[in-house]
Design a protein around this ligand. Sequence first.
Ligand SMILES: [Zn+2]
Ligand SMILES: [Zn+2]
Length: 810
Amino acid sequence: MKMPKRFDFRAIEEKWLKKWEEWGVYRFDREDRDKPTYCINTPPPYPSGEFHVGNALNHSYIDFVARYKRMRGYNVLFPQGWDCHGLPTEVRVERAIGKSKSEVPKEYFYKLCVEFTKNWIKPMKEAIRRLGCSIDWTSEYETMNPDYWRRTQLSFIEMYRKGLAYRGVHPVHWCPRCETALAEAEVEYRAERRRLVYFKFKLEERGEITVASTRPELLVSCVSLLVHPEDNRYKNLIGKKAIVPLYNRVIPIIGDRDVDPEFGTGVVMVCTYGDKTDVRWQKKHGLPIIKGVDEKGRMTDNALEDLRGLTIVEAREKTILKLREEGLYVKEEGIVSNIGTCWRCHTPVEIIPKEQWFVKTIELREEIRKAADQIKWVPEYAKKRLLDWVESVDWDWPISRQRIFATPFPVWYCKNGHIIVADPSWLPIDPRRDKPPIDKCPQCGGEIYPETDVMDTWMDSSITAAVHAGWPDNVDERLFPADLQPNGYDIIRSWDYYLIVRGVALFGKPQFKVALINGMVRGTDGRMMHKSYGNYVSLTEVLDKYGADAFRLWAATSATTGQDVRFNWQLVDYCWRFLVKVWNAARLISIALEDYTPSKSVKVELRDVDHWILSLLDETIEAITDAFEKFDFQRAGSTIIDFFWHKLCDHYLEAVKYRIAGKDGEYREGAQFTLYHVLLNTLRMLSVFAPFITEEIYHILYSKHEPWKSITIAEWPEPMRIANKDRAKAGELIIDVIASIRRVKHDMKIALSAPISSVTIYAGPLKEIVGRGLEDIKGTLRIKELIVEDEGRGEHEVVDHPEITFSILP
Ligand SMILES: [Zn+2]
Ligand SMILES: [Zn+2]
């Protein structure tokens, strides 16, 4: 088989994708008990219809590890799931149909979510496939399927039975647009310019006190004023009472050391609830709760008659107007402060007390910390992000959502307040639709009615590692905890955190051993990539232009693990040019090997330059192996590029062309032997980054001689250790001499292929060594007469060896 002249990735990608699938080379072998296993907890993406370059960076990293481990002899499980449920999907469906969930029948909305999800998965799956990810597709799953429900529901039941999931009333973050509770991890803070309004409270006895607030509409639920106990302006007021403007409610003035006397007027109004500190103060001082804002973000009946039903913003305006009318308004100023918003629709969140299901994350805090210590974090600083988050979580994890498209709680209630949690044998079950096997409350015989809330999507995705290992039906202990947890740093506080919480709660250990954290892909302008910024690059566009291998090599080499990567077309182009170089070099080598019969042992005499490249190959194998063991893809990738391009192509190939062209059998075979093995071993390593081009070259040049069906499942190369150290050093010197003479030849404007009449090299004590490379120097540079002297000095120096000089006679 001859290699085509041009490297055309379009002609080979689909062919190999089909073959790999047909051969099942990436399938995890459950029956194999000999090989060690390596299990990856692949992040299941949200079906959105678009697999963007950020996802692709993450999946490339995972695939590098999977391919490397496979070649190292591991039985690798690289599964792929889809995290279907939840707000992201529902919000996208609402946008697509132009209606909110409450405007269409629930069953219909549910069906739409399933249909849209299926359609969104298709192009994403195709993108992952085209990227060349060595996924075992027989393991594919969707969290919206009843079989996955069953697992999520069982995990809930087990936590309920352990007392780690409970129902209770607690303030939760609430998105008034999505009309659902949110976990702390789902609240995104953004700085916003707001109005800080100053207004007066009258004191019960006499006098007044001025308060500054960004949320005067919350006077409806104002239950206390707080001042710092050492604030001379106010300390005599502690224990006295104030009157809430407009509402005329009498409230206590309390001293609290947490008040910042510098902010506003130094007086804080506590409302139930304006923010998380209100929640803390309400509890600490035993204050009443007055609900001022409802689930739709409108003022409740507790508000003044003409404010009821208004939106928060409307009520704010009207409250300010009323304060002016009453003569209580003082002034206002603009401030910039952080407000919490919904991660999906970016509406400011409210804090509302709700009866919800919770997971006891606060109680588990110490165990979560211990679990984080057992995990190896790559890069190390990722662990601090996790621990900082664990510290900052103030509340238990609210796991109920007032939505539709999610795993249902397997729960019913009776009128007497008893909670009926399904028996595991009833699962999967959707209480909103399915009748349970009982029709009366087992405790009181009363009527039962179903829970209509559904679970937070993270309840599905926080057991993936266990599910991949076969939980709960046939757990393969070898696969749990997972060996690798690969994800972006943006979901450390959600996915990593929840997996640890659930691992500790359900299994008493973390669900993974190593967390490999990748950075984000930024747009060409360095900002986060976003369609509205005009800096968005789609993966398909890159794959169409440059192919998967070039993208993958770019992903490997453009940043160190964990760092953000700026997308850069030039660098992708550079990687593509490298692959073209690989193709062209392989083609040259294929011609050189036309009459070669491979052999693993050296039957022929190798020259010093052969020893040089073989010894460099050994060093390269060792360096790349070390880099992969440390998940340092940038070093692995740039080491292989440097070796192939700047050692093998730039120097070695040039220095053996004359031997290949020559008739001398011994000279020729030494070069053929070296070329055969250097290229093969390099391709084996490169296949981790560039599986398509390496597979193609392997099948043209090598597959008839080598044992592997696919180069991507070849054994990882070991150093060949046939190079002699001294001879390799001599070879390096000869290569340097050739490079230096070539440079001068070029400077003298002599074509490289043109002959030179005479060159004299003054090598001093190195005369013997340089002399051994006489044929190489002569042959490569087409020198008619080459003399090596030990005494004298020429006008040119050899780079890195100034003790050697030479003269050229053109
Ligand atoms: Zn929302
Ligand atoms: Zn009951």
